[in-house]
Design a protein around this ligand. Structure first.
Ligand SMILES: Cc1cc2nc3c(=O)[nH]c(=O)nc-3n(C[C@H](O)[C@H](O)[C@H](O)COP(=O)(O)OP(=O)(O)OC[C@H]3O[C@@H](n4cnc5c(N)ncnc54)[C@H](O)[C@@H]3O)c2cc1C
Length: 426
């Protein structure tokens, strides 16, 4: 099987890229020219996983089938997990797929390409902390978030019927994921309590543990301070400058002592897959493919984007964010279309930081917006920040569904929530 353009990984960046290319090439040329491969059969925008984990978003309502997205956007889709790459022969090997009973669904396959893009995203970085992989929940895939949500629901029920009437959750890492998850869990708890009798209500104790001196360490100090204040006002215990040295089944061990918890979530950093080191490409310590400022790996006609790519940005690397994956997808769409038409596209990729927004629950957000050319930094908070945060999600849907379908979907979900409630309890 041969395709002109193969995109491996249909996440925030890869799916937008395949959709842009497919729509540009149209119904006639798109499906025979562009192939998207993903190990999953449905797409969910990763920045919503903390909502899936808290039960305030249903992954199966939110998820969009790749097969349908492919048809709408005129590209081809194949399920599969990349297990091998021959960069010189330009061939990708996909592993065999089996069902739950162990029966083979699809055998191992090889696909050849003229141009390929790796958009494999990233997973968790445990920094070698003993017990973290065994005992902590992570939010890498929709299935991780759903697993946590099932266990959270059981823990909620247990707490409602227990004598001590309390539930302790410890979150390691106070970056955007840890902070947003804390806020969403508070929201889920508040919604749940509304449905309980007074004698079933229980206390939720969230402890957010961060090794750095402040939460949201990568964002401006004003945002950290506002977010910490908002969380502490809702009784979240925020511990900064507290490195976790061990994770046990029921506690975190830190230099300052042990923190008991019923559930532990690890959100302390990202690292790309170990399997990336076996693809014959140059990778950095975080297993990201090293690319130049044109997103080229060292191999012929092979690019990488998003979290799995180490792309230079001045002295630093482009941050692992959805907005970076989105910008890189737009850039590569132009490059690949130009190459298809045998035109040159020499301009390098330039990352533009438009600022950062953090959700602090249903009606609250906080963030900073960068002015033109990195100019003045505007601080936003409250409902406006929350709406702007939500508009990023809508923008992603617009890129893969078009404006009309995005509006219909947003309205349908609003109505669904009105009828079924905001919290998923089954
Ligand atoms: C809870 C949470 C909240 C976040 N909030 C924000 C936010 O507010 N703003 C922001 O900018 N960023 C946020 N991020 C980060 C953002 O989600 C990522 O930076 C972004 O999704 C990266 O896009 P990507 O395309 O590189 O990878 P992903 O979106 O992770 O997609 C990778 C895709 O590759 C597929 N894949 C992986 N390995 C293989 C394989 N071997 N073979 C085939 N397919 C494979 C996966 O199934 C997936 O579909 C958040 C992340 C999390 C977890």
């Amino acid at each position: 099987m041969h395709y002109d353009i193969v995109v491996v990984g249909g996440g925030a960046g890869g799916l937008e890229l395949a959709a842009r290319l497919g729509r540009k090439l149209g119904r006639r040329d798109g499906p025979s020219s562009v192939l998207l491969i993903d190990r999953s059969v449905f797409h969910i925008w990763k920045p919503t996983l903390h909502e899936v984990a808290a039960g305030t978003l249903d992954a199966h309502q939110e998820g969009l089938s790749y097969m349908i997205l492919a048809r709408r956007n005129h590209f081809s889709y194949s399920p599969g997990e990349i297990i091998g790459l021959d960069p010189q022969a330009k061939r990708i090997t996909l592993g065999e797929m089996r069902d739950e009973t162990g029966h083979q669904v699809v055998p191992e396959r090889t696909i050849s390409y003229t141009h390929a893009v790796l958009a494999l995203g990233s997973g968790s970085n445990f920094f070698g902390t003993p017990g973290a992989a065994e005992h902590a929940y992570v939010l890498e895939r929709a299935s991780d978030a759903e697993r946590f949500q099932r266990h959270l629901l059981a823990a909620f029920t247990r707490a409602a019927f227990a004598e001590h009437r309390s539930l302790g959750i410890a979150i390691v890492g106070a970056g955007a994921t840890g902070v947003e998850l804390s806020a969403e869990l508070l929201e889920a708890h508040a919604l749940l309590q509304e449905g309980f009798r007074a004698d079933q209500r229980f206390r939720l104790d969230i402890t957010l543990v961060e090794a750095a001196p402040r939460i949201l360490a990568g964002l401006p100090e004003k945002i950290s301070a506002q977010a910490q204040l908002a969380l502490e006002r809702k009784n979240v215990r925020v511990l900064t400058a507290t490195p976790v040295t061990e994770v046990r089944a029921d506690a975190l061990v830190t230099a300052q002592g042990e923190i008991a918890a019923d559930l532990i979530v690890w959100a302390a950093g990202i690292k790309a897959a170990d399997a990336n080191t076996r693809l014959g490409l140059s990778v950095n310590r975080a297993n990201q493919f090293v690319v130049d400022d044109h997103l080229r790996t060292g191999a012929p006609d092979l690019y990488a984007l998003g979290d799995c790519a180490a792309c230079p940005w001045g002295e630093k690397l482009v941050p692992a964010r959805a907005q970076a994956a989105h910008q890189q997808a737009s850039y590569l769409a132009k490059v690949l279309l130009a190459r298809r038409r045998e035109r040159s596209h020499d301009a390098p990729f330039v990352y533009r930081d438009f600022g950062s927004l953090v959700s602090l629950g249903e009606n609250r957000g906080v963030g900073s917006l960068m002015g033109g050319l990195g100019g003045p930094n505007f601080f936003v908070e409250g409902l406006i920040a929350k709406w702007m945060y939500m508009s990023l999600h809508l923008n992603h849907h617009r890129a893969i569904l078009g404006t009309g379908n995005t509006l219909v979907l947003a309205l349908a979900r609003l109505l669904q929530r009105r009828v079924s409630g905001r919290l998923k309890l089954h």
